[in-house]
Structure formats: structure tokens, C-alpha cells
Design a protein around this ligand. Structure first.
Ligand code: SF4
Length: 352
């Protein structure tokens, strides 16, 4: 077969431009886009509103890939973890996290998507980091995770996905273009029509890309995985911090720029590790960082990875840490682990 192009590597504009190169009118591009992203169709033969000759041409020139959801596991707490295969044959994971109201009905259904297989960032506490970087996901492969988890959400909870967080495998800002294209796909009113305000892009803090995000402004939320409040501590557990370009100084400038440019607050993710970053002084240093720009802090409790030496902070120390933040006037939320029994919790995704 001659070289074909995978249409799932394209967002709307690129797809319509491709159709234009085939000599078809613009509305055929819109139809094709709707078949692929609004209806989830991968087989040109089934796209019956397209003329036969056009479908035959597409068959020669193009393919439509899909992730292959191989299994969905359900945790005791209702969290669902999907294992999917990419067209390359590599596997990655995506997680659906429900939050329930007092009657036990799922209120918010958040999909945690992977943007890469593996990760180059090498954070010392993370199972994904142990794998190293393997592959960037295409816009379509990111989109498909939400698509399939949306189906699972309907099946298990009778509701659509409400939120998306880019906190699965990978560093989203190292797959910047695909991530932004996937956001455009997710928020398109012809597809899943999600509000960008319900989408959060999480980064280890790549300063230059945070500035790009401010300039390109997909109107999503920004979360920064901080995990330590000084350069010395941060560099010890997050190699990314060792570069001047991504140290706390650079991060501060980028975050100030982001907040000034977009007018939106920033969320800091801070995972507590016993005797590493969980002292009252650490909380005070963290409070200083939150004054860079309007912000809030999410405290995460560590999910131990068997091969790593980090330990979970005690409840008593967690309380002291949170109390110190509150006394400093910081807005803080403690996030409890979800899906630990199926290795779906933060930092536990490593199946590839
Ligand atoms: S914590 Fe995030 S950025 Fe760090 S190694 Fe793991 S996946 Fe990569």
C-alpha cells in the first residue's frame, strides 16, 4: 500500500486543508471531520454521506486510527482505569475518577488522560518516569481516551464525562501541539463540546511552554506540579528543576506572565513525601510561592511505588502542614488517593 496519512493526527483545520488538497469542497472536509470526531467512525466505507468516489480516494490516501480500549478495571472506590493500545502497539492508560454526592450519585466525572507513553522527566517518585520516554500521543489518541471513557461513564454512571485533566502518563507541554489540538477537538461544539474551563493542563513547570500557553491561551486551567518549595529540594526529586531555564526563578517569571496574560489563577500540585517536603517550614516556603500570582494548592498523599524509597506522610504531619498553609492564608485542598487498588492513582501509571 502507498504511504497513507492517519487523519487522527489532524485537528479540524489540518483535516479540512487535507481534503482541499484532494480537490474536494470545504464542506466535504467538515463532513469528514464529523464522521471521525463526532461519530467516532474509522471506516471510510461507513461514511455514507460522502460520495463513493471520495471514499475510494480516501481509502487510497488515508487511514483513521483509533486507540483500542483493551480492558476497563473498576476500583473499589468506583474509579475506572482503561488500558488501551495505540496504533504503534504500545499501551497506555487513562483513568475515570468519579466524585459522589451524599446519596452516592456520581456528580463530577473526571478523565485523567495520558499525553505520552512513558515520560522523559524522570521525577524520582513516579512510576511513569521509571519507564523513560517512549512515544508522543496524537491529538486523536488523546481525544479517543475521553471518547471511550465517556462511553464507560455513561455505562457505569449514566452520565457524561464532566472534566478532563492532563495528568496521566507524560509531560503534556512536551507534546504541546498535539495537546492543544486535542483541547480544540474536545471543546468543539460539534464533538464533545466540553468547556475549556473544565480542562486542566498539568506540567512539571516548563517555563517557556507556560509562556506559550499564556500566549496561545486555549482557556484551559493550568496546574503546576511543584512538589518542593526550594530549588535544592526540588532539584533532588525533579531533575527538570536542575536547569536554569526551568528552576524556580524561571518558573516564577513564567507563572507571573501566565497570570498577567490570562487573568486566570494557577493551581500548584504538591505531593507530600515523608521527611522530604512535609515540614512546617516547607509549608511556609510553599506559601511564599503561592504569592507569585493568584493561586491555590492541591495537597496529594503519595501512593507508594514498590521499587521506590519514598514514603507517605502521616495523617498527623499532613494536618500540621495544612494548618501552616491555612495560617499563611493559602487556599488549600487535600486530594485523597483514588483507584490505588488498581494502580490507577497519581504516579502509578506505568503499564507499557
Ligand atoms: S510525575 Fe509527571 S512529569 Fe514527572 S516523571 Fe511522572 S509523568 Fe513525568
Amino acid at each position: 500500500m502507498a504511504d497513507t496519512v492517519d487523519l487522527k493526527t489532524m485537528g479540524r483545520d489540518a483535516l479540512e486543508a487535507f481534503v482541499d488538497t484532494l480537490g474536494e469542497p470545504a464542506y466535504r472536509g467538515r463532513q469528514l471531520y464529523n464522521w471521525i470526531y463526532a461519530r467516532g467512525e474509522t471506516d471510510f466505507a461507513a461514511m455514507t454521506s460522502l460520495p463513493k468516489a471520495f471514499r475510494a480516494r480516501l481509502n487510497e490516501e488515508a487511514t483513521v486510527s483509533s486507540i483500542d480500549m483493551q480492558r476497563v478495571q473498576r476500583s473499589e472506590d468506583g474509579t475506572l482505569k482503561g488500558l488501551f493500545a495505540l496504533p504503534s502497539g504500545r499501551e497506555a492508560e487513562t483513568v475515570l475518577i468519579p466524585s459522589f454526592d451524599a446519596l452516592g450519585d456520581a456528580q463530577r466525572l473526571t478523565v485523567c488522560v495520558s499525553s505520552q507513553v512513558g515520560c522523559a522527566m524522570g521525577c524520582a517518585f513516579c512510576a511513569t518516569g521509571l519507564m523513560g520516554f517512549k512515544e508522543n500521543l496524537t491529538p486523536g489518541a488523546i481525544y479517543d481516551q475521553v471518547w471511550f471513557m465517556n462511553e464507560a461513564a455513561q455505562e457505569h454512571y449514566g452520565r457524561a464525562v464532566s472534566n478532563v485533566v492532563f495528568m496521566g502518563m507524560g509531560e503534556p507541554l512536551l507534546n504541546y501541539d498535539a495537546v492543544l489540538q486535542s483541547v480544540a477537538l474536545l471543546t468543539d461544539e460539534d464533538t464533545l463540546n466540553m468547556s475549556p474551563r473544565r480542562i486542566t493542563i498539568s506540567t512539571v513547570g516548563l517555563a517557556r511552554r507556560i509562556r506559550d500557553l499564556a500566549d496561545d491561551d486555549p482557556r484551559t486551567n493550568l496546574a503546576v506540579s511543584l512538589h518542593a518549595p526550594t530549588d535544592e529540594q526540588r532539584s533532588a526529586i525533579m531533575p527538570v528543576n536542575q536547569s536554569e531555564k526551568t528552576s524556580l526563578d524561571a518558573l516564577e517569571q513564567a507563572i507571573r506572565y501566565y497570570a498577567d496574560t490570562t487573568g486566570r489563577p494557577v493551581t500548584y500540585e504538591y505531593c507530600l513525601f515523608k521527611d522530604v517536603n512535609d515540614s512546617v517550614q516547607d509549608a511556609k516556603n510553599l506559601a511564599d510561592i503561592t504569592r507569585w500570582a493568584p493561586s491555590k494548592v492541591n495537597i496529594l498523599m503519595y501512593n507508594p511505588v514498590p521499587t521506590l524509597s519514598f514514603e507517605r506522610t502521616s495523617e498527623a504531619q499532613l494536618n500540621r502542614f495544612v494548618q501552616a498553609l491555612v495560617e499563611e492564608g493559602v487556599t488549600v485542598t487535600v486530594r485523597r488517593s483514588r483507584g490505588q487498588d488498581i494502580d490507577a492513582a497519581c504516579g502509578q501509571l506505568a503499564n507499557a
